[in-house]
Design a protein around this ligand. Structure first.
Ligand code: PXL
Length: 284
């Protein structure tokens, strides 16, 4: 048995909605990884299409949490960041990366800020420029198409997306600095949906596609990035990890669509966790 992997997961805690930490922690745990949360904020729900959510900022706690961990001599196999609510948090999380980074560990930045052509509630037009700076520090970034367009300051359009457009986004994002990019929300036609991966070392683009189910399903970007991180830390290649994550999300959406539940409250990924865990049962 190998030494258990440990991840610092820097996201908000939306108590209802199955996104950010409530997605990251169970998915990483199911894959045998110790997931250590750094909550950036505590909300009653996520902010998408839900009025009246509460929001408690946790900015002042972030560096004290990290400093305590460092004083204990803890090390992390990955630093995985998601939803950050302010420019100050972007600066602080950049400092967190500097503090926790080692020559061996992986820095995965999910530049959570937008979807379906629009910035999320509460994000200002200048936020993508700040997020661009954080992406420079990442080994891997996991934007959706809308976030990619905001990061590159190019106009968003609905899909289907051809290879040329996907290639332009992936190459543009690589110029920001990360070594690997996994672009989500990619669909070459109405029947297929998933991600496109670009590895700057091999200069290869690989697609990880499943079937396509119409609709907007909250939290699936966070679930995808969490499953990707879990698979990578279990030694999978980038395209294999992207495919594992794409299939995990597709099956979660399929289940949710069949159940007919309110999609604002997230997808049923929990029923897929034991299958997901079984993919890694030999490596943990
Ligand atoms: O799923 C991304 C996300 C994360 N955290 C919060 C959000 C959203 C998307 O709306 O509101 C608080």
């Amino acid at each position: 048995m190998s030494v258990q992997k440990r991840v610092a997961a820097v996201h908000d805690l939306s108590c209802v909605g199955k996104c950010s930490l409530t997605a990251a922690l169970p998915v990483l745990s199911a894959a045998g990884i110790e997931a250590c949360p750094v909550p950036t904020a505590v909300l009653s729900t996520h902010t998408g299409d839900i009025a009246g959510f509460t929001y408690h900022d946790m900015t002042e706690q972030i560096l004290p949490i990290i400093n305590h961990w460092l004083s204990l001599g803890l090390t992390f196999d990955a630093i995985y960041t998601g939803y950050l609510g302010s420019f100050r948090q972007l600066d602080i999380v950049s400092e967190v990366i500097d503090k926790l980074r080692t020559p061996e560990n992986l820095v995965i930045v999910d530049p959570v800020m937008a979807d379906n052509g629009k910035l999320y509630t509460g994000f200002t037009k200048d936020f993508p420029a700040g997020m661009r700076a954080l992406c420079k520090k990442a080994d891997i970034i996991v934007p959706n198409i809308t976030e990619a367009c905001f990061l590159l300051d190019i106009p968003y359009h609905h899909g289907p997306y051809d290879d040329a457009f996907i290639g332009t986004l992936l190459h543009g994002l690589a110029e920001l600095g990360p070594k690997q990019i996994v672009l989500t929300g990619v669909y070459p036609d109405d029947g297929r949906y998933g991600a496109a991966c670009y590895d700057t070392l091999t200069d290869r683009i690989d697609y990880a596609l499943t079937g396509r189910i119409d609709g907007i399903y909250h939290g699936t970007g966070d679930l995808f990035a969490s499953a990707l991180t879990a698979a990578l830390l279990n030694g999978r290649t980038l395209p294999d990890a992207a495919f594992i994550a794409a299939e995990f999300i597709f099956e979660s959406i399929e289940r949710t669509k069949a159940a007919g539940t309110d999609v604002r409250f997230g997808v049923n990924f929990e029923a897929g966790l034991s299958k997901f865990a079984s993919l890694f049962s030999e490596s943990v």
